[in-house]
Design a protein around this ligand. Structure first.
Ligand code: ADP
Ligand code: MG
Length: 240
């Protein structure tokens, strides 16, 4: 579903990704972990070309999205992204936030878009907030809406970049619960997180990133019990 072949990315003189090779199969849940500044967000952002690799190839369902002739908007429709900060449209209600892109981009009828939105609000436990404005929601509620809004486009891929890092501790769980329920429903997920317990529980694979490389790519059991590199060992000592 997602494949990186020798992806490099530089910002000016700073080479942030130094040759990333990665293959994520359909329906897999892959967690990227590693120190701050190691390139995790950049990897995620290369998956939908929010960042363009300096060299190398990124394939989404076999399509090379780094090819200039690829219709990246068409690819992006199929990739939902949830950020640390929720990026809801503040002047729109929850319902409007959720139906805007499906109606505008996918040309879904208003009634169908609203029905789908209600179904997703039920999934994230917030049906009573349909008419609320984002400003009236807690951080955890905003993030659950952001996830539901991404799902309204019926993407095959969901990218999460530290979805709980900006939340107060008591709200982390409700958001992780939503993501957990989404995992292994067939949707392909790449997730950057510092929640090690969550990564261990939910991920099929853990990729440990440091210094612009994937230093380890293994199952959670293997990674947490027997990290192979000293860098991963010292990272885990700090965060566990
Ligand atoms: P992580 O998500 O692992 O914390 P990032 O992928 O955000 O790391 O960033 C990796 C490195 O690239 C950092 O040193 C960061 O400062 C740098 N970087 C990220 N985005 C940009 C950008 N748009 N311009 C310049 N430098 C950037
Ligand atoms: Mg980041």
């Amino acid at each position: 579903m997602i494949e990186f072949r020798d992806v490099h990315k530089s910002f000016g003189d700073l080479e942030v990704l130094k040759g990333i090779n990665l293959k994520i199969e359909k329906g897999q849940v892959v967690t990227l972990i590693g120190p701050s500044g190691s390139g995790k967000s950049t990897i995620l952002r290369c998956m939908n070309l929010l960042e363009r690799p300096t060299s190398g190839t990124v394939l989404i369902e076999g399509t090379d999205i780094t090819e200039p002739k690829t219709d990246i908007q068409a690819i992006r429709k199929n990739i939902g992204m949830v950020f640390q900060h929720f990026n809801l449209f503040p002047h729109m209600t929850v319902m409007e936030n959720m139906t805007y892109a499906p109606m505008k981009v996918n040309k879904v009828e208003k009634s169908a878009a609203e029905a789908k939105a209600m179904e997703l609000l039920k999934l994230v436990g917030l049906t009573e907030k349909a008419d609320a404005y984002p400003g009236k929601l807690s951080g955890g509620q905003k993030q659950r809406i952001a996830i539901a809004r991404a799902l309204a486009m019926e993407p095959q891929i969901m990218l999460f970049d530290e979805p709980t890092s900006a939340l107060d501790p008591e709200m982390v769980k409700e958001v992780l619960e939503v993501i957990k329920n989404l995992a292994h429903t067939g949707i392909t997920m790449a997730l950057v997180t510092h929640e090690m317990g969550f990564a261990r529980e939910v991920a099929d694979r853990i990729c440990f990133i440091d210094g612009g490389y994937i230093l380890e790519d293994s199952t959670p059991e293997e990674f947490f019990a027997n990290p192979k590199t000293d860098r991963a060992k010292s990272f885990l000592e700090k965060v566990l």
